[in-house]
Every structure is written in structure tokens, then in C-alpha cells.
Design a protein around this ligand. Structure first.
Ligand code: AMP
Length: 183
């Protein structure tokens, strides 16, 4: 199964992605995690992207897209994958469509985690990751609204919207149920 998760920063995508990835038996590919691993490992790519993550800005497409292309070329994605944090713009979505077309593949569903902005800002302030400072959080929400939310219309034919207010277990159950219903 080939899935994309979409939702504002703090919607619980990462947590849900881990659960869904285990349940569905497909790898969880988080561009944010990949970038943070590069930063932690002090690679050249890590040094290049750190400023963007610190500011809550999108990393330029050429860097992001190359990283995703390489990741999707790895063998473990043959039976499917769960993308978390990519695509984040309709331009990235076009690239993804092209990458999959070249392999004769397409996405099965896009899951939207729907949660009000004040709830996510509260959650992020409590999480305390390095880019979870209030001004950076607000900027990331703004980037989501202007750059990423247009994906919901882009993917309307395969979009599955989940109410993402609730416990971790409630939300993952909703997601799995909605996915089964969408098949
Ligand atoms: P996340 O872990 O998904 O919240 O992403 C953390 C940060 O990584 C974002 O604020 C961006 O700086 C960067 N990032 C993650 N995914 C992408 C992407 N698809 N395109 C550009 N930047 C990204």
C-alpha cells in the first residue's frame, strides 16, 4: 500500500505513521526525520538544511526531492510505503507522481489528519523539539496553510480525512477503518 500522510505540524502524523507502518507492514518515510538524521550525523546535507529546519522554512526542492528519490529507490519500498512530510507542496506532489509513474505505480490514498490550529500549537509547545519555539511554530503553521493545504484539493480523489482530536489509539483506529472503507 502506498500512502501519504498530510496534516499541520503537531497533528500527530509521526506517531500515527509509526503505528500505521507497523500495522500495514510498509516502511515509514519521514522527510523531517531524514533531515534530522543528517543534521545529527553532521553530513554535508545536514549542514545545508539545518538553517531551514531551525527557521521552520521548507528545504529547497532540489535537496528534498533528491533525498526522497533515493529513498524510494531502496528495495524495502517495493511493496509500498508511508510518506510522512512529503509532498508538502503541489510542486512536490507533481514530482512524486512522476517518480511513481516511472515505476508504473500510484498512490492508494492520502490521509489527512484534521485538527484545529490552537490544538496543534498547544501540543507543539508541550513537545519542545528544537524547532518548537512559538514563533517558529506559528511560521510552520503558516507554511502549512499556504504551501501544503492546497494538496488537499490536489489529492481530492484519493483523500481520506480523519478527525485527529482524540487519543493516539482512537486516531489510529479511525485511520485504519477509513482506509479499509476507501479500498
Ligand atoms: P517535520 O518533521 O515533518 O515537521 O519537518 C520538519 C522540517 O523539515 C520542516 O519544517 C522543514 O524545514 C523540513 N521538511 C520536512 N519535509 C519537507 C519537505 N517535504 N519539503 C521541504 N522541507 C521539508
Amino acid at each position: 500500500m502506498r500512502l501519504v500522510l498530510v496534516g499541520p505540524p503537531g497533528a500527530g502524523k509521526g506517531t500515527q505513521a509509526q503505528i500505521l507502518s507497523t500495522t500495514l507492514g510498509v516502511p515509514h518515510i519521514s522527510t523531517g526525520d531524514l533531515f534530522r538524521a543528517h543534521i545529527g550525523g553532521q553530513t554535508e546535507l545536514g549542514r545545508e538544511v539545518k538553517q531551514y529546519l531551525d527557521a521552520g522554512q521548507l528545504v529547497p526542492d532540489e535537496v528534498t526531492v533528491n533525498m526522497v528519490r533515493e529513498r524510494l529507490d531502496e528495495q524495502d519500498t517495493a511493496a509500498g510505503f508511508l510518506l510522512d512530510g512529503f509532498p508538502r507542496t503541489t510542486a512536490q506532489a507533481d514530482v512524486l507522481t512522476g517518480l511513481l509513474d516511472a515505476k508504473g505505480q500510484r498512490l492508494d490514498a492520502v490521509i489527512e489528519f484534521d485538527v484545529p490550529e490552537d490544538v496543534v500549537v498547544e501540543r507543539l509547545l508541550a513537545r519542545g523539539r528544537e524547532d518548537d519555539k512559538e514563533d517558529v511554530i506559528r511560521h510552520r503553521q503558516q507554511v502549512y496553510r499556504s504551501e501544503t493545504a492546497p494538496l488537499l484539493a490536489y489529492y481530492r480523489n484519493i483523500l481520506v480525512t480523519i478527525d485527529a482530536v482524540g487519543s493516539v489509539q482512537e486516531i489510529s483506529e479511525r485511520a485504519l477503518k477509513a482506509l479499509r472503507a476507501s479500498e
